[in-house]
Design a protein around this ligand. Structure first.
Ligand SMILES: Cc1cc2nc3c(=O)[nH]c(=O)nc-3n(C[C@H](O)[C@H](O)[C@H](O)COP(=O)(O)OP(=O)(O)OC[C@H]3O[C@@H](n4cnc5c(N)ncnc54)[C@H](O)[C@@H]3O)c2cc1C
Length: 474
């Protein structure tokens, strides 16, 4: 079947060649060593890692849509190591464990580049720095606790930038302060995920698309779709926000949309603004917004904190055009007024799998040790999914090593109540966060109720608190 382009986001329309066809749908009874559910970055990197370790392993991917049709083909393409999550990582993994994971994530940027070169994938990887900026007084210094904690361990991935440097980057006096991190990058998310799909097929991974898992057998693991089944020694659930479909995982994960938009190519504007390449820029709101430029001369920008899923992912509220293009345009204008001149001609959205700490969870499904899960990338999946692949591969192989023993391997922490309280509570917290962020822009402080509610927000790409190790486990 020809791969559908209609209603797909810009990245996927650019990445899917006109004559591409979908992989076959699953039909009949299939056996495999490992069955991975979900063909995004997490599922594809894991399949590739398993094959790298043991080329003879029979690995199958069962994907509801096409590989990359989820968040992996729709993200903003900001490649950020885990340094800004050092504090929650430290509490989970200890000082050394946290440093090891941060350093491993920092080297992932180069590793993705090397992988793409080796597999002839043009993912448009560009070593853009990251400007973590403050657009108002309350945001100033958001990065300092992380910088100070890292400095105590001899690490200094950020440097604070002067007002003159900030003004020069954005061409206006819109930023109050900021810190720059190197070792970051931007890339074309669609080309990366479709390249991973091709690499997986080339490595002998059997891929079934348009094959949503309808049922999971937990004891003798098997994945059932409408027309077929895969019985496997191990099943790996790499389903991002869709993990909330599993009752064991649902209480551990809040499903909330992120919304992105893009301009048409505006190379002249980018040249005038001296923004043909980095830095990629984010503000320091709790619901962070940010933007970057692309190789074909566009601006791609995004805002977090959108639609909330009832239970898991309900209906089409995470698909299609974004209803928040106005918010996205304002976010760009607020930081970089000249770039805000260019109209946003494309928009899309996708689901984010937010955990309380903003850190992913890995492990064996309670009561079903042959079924593994990996989810909760919380909007920071490009660098964390290659690490996830190592963790999931080691768990699948029953290896005891630095990956299977790392602190991110833990039970699905049940921190969310059942519906409808979960949805209503999430709405209240989202309202409080939006109010706090809005008041901040007016240099005003929220009252105690808003502050308390906003403090309950789960982790995003930046987490300095909100830990889950103390949460109730099922
Ligand atoms: C708008 C947006 C912007 C983002 N920006 C960034 C960014 O700049 N940088 C960054 O690092 N991260 C970003 N992210 C997050 C990042 O995209 C994710 O963390 C990452 O893609 C997660 O990979 P994944 O494989 O877990 O998820 P996905 O790519 O979503 O893969 C999960 C797959 O599971 C499939 N699936 C679901 N249910 C079933 C089922 N029942 N049966 C079979 N298959 C199923 C889905 O179809 C999907 O393809 C962003 C996300 C969004 C939505």
């Amino acid at each position: 079947m020809p791969t559908r382009l209609a209603d797909r986001c810009l990245w996927l329309r650019q990445a899917i060649a006109p004559h591409e066809t979908d992989a076959p749908a699953l039909k009949g009874a299939v056996k495999a060593d490992i069955c991975i559910v979900g063909g995004g970055y997490a599922g594809l990197w894991t399949a590739l890692e398993l094959k790298r370790r043991n080329p003879a392993l029979d690995v199958v991917i069962v994907e509801a849509d096409i590989c990359g049709g989820g968040a992996s083909g729709r993200n903003t393409g900001m490649v950020l190591p885990l340094w800004m999550k050092f504090e929650p990582l430290r509490q989970l993994c200890g000082d050394e464990g946290a440093l090891r994971l941060c350093r491993a994530s920092a080297s992932i940027v180069g590793e993705i580049g090397a992988f793409c070169r080796a597999h002839d994938i043009d993912a448009e990887i560009r070593p853009d720095e990251w400007l973590w900026a403050a657009t108002c007084g309350p945001q100033v210094g958001a990065w300092r606790p992380v910088m100070q904690a890292l400095a105590r361990h001899g690490e200094a991935p950020f440097r604070e930038v002067s007002q003159a440097e900030l003004d020069a980057i954005v061409g206006a006096r819109t930023l109050r302060a900021g810190a720059i991190m190197g070792g970051t990058a931007t890339l074309h998310p669609g080309r990366l995920v479709r390249g991973l799909r091709k690499a997986a097929l080339d490595a002998g991974v059997r891929v079934f698309e348009n094959s949503p898992m309808a049922r999971l057998d937990r004891k003798a693991p098997a994945v059932h779709t409408q027309a077929g089944s895969v019985a496997a020694d191990r099943v790996i659930l790499a389903m991002n926000a869709w993990s909330a479909a599993l009752p064991e995982l649902r209480p551990a994960i809040l499903v909330i949309a992120s919304d992105d938009a893009a301009t048409a190519p505006v190379p002249d504007l980018l040249r005038r603004c001296r923004y043909e390449s980095g830095p990629l820029v984010t503000d320091s709101q709790t619901f962070v917004s940010g933007f970057r430029s692309t190789a074909d001369g566009r601006i791609v920008a995004g805002v977090t904190g959108g639609a909330i899923g009832f239970g898991g992912l309900d209906g089409r509220r995470f698909e299609g055009r974004s209803p928040r293009a106005g918010d996205i345009a304002n976010a760009v204008r607020r930081i970089f007024p000249a770039l805000g001149e260019a109209p946003l001609t494309e928009s899309w959205r996708g689901p984010i799998d937010r955990t309380q700490s903003g850190l992913p969870l890995f492990g064996k499904l309670p009561g079903a040790p042959a079924v593994l899960y990996g989810f909760g990338f919380s909007g920071n999946g490009i660098t964390t999914t290659p690490l996830a692949a190592r963790i999931l591969a080691s768990l699948a192989e029953d290896r005891v090593d630095e990956w299977s023993a790392c602190g991110l391997v833990r039970p699905p922490i049940a921190w969310l109540p059942p519906e409808p309280f979960r949805y209503l509570g999430a709405l209240m917290v989202r309202t409080a966060v939006r109010r706090k962020d809005r008041l901040g822009l007016q240099e005003r402080k929220p009252g105690p109720i808003v502050r308390r509610l906003a403090a309950l927000a789960p982790g995003g790409i930046v987490t300095t608190g909100g830990l889950d190790p103390t949460g109730r486990t099922p």
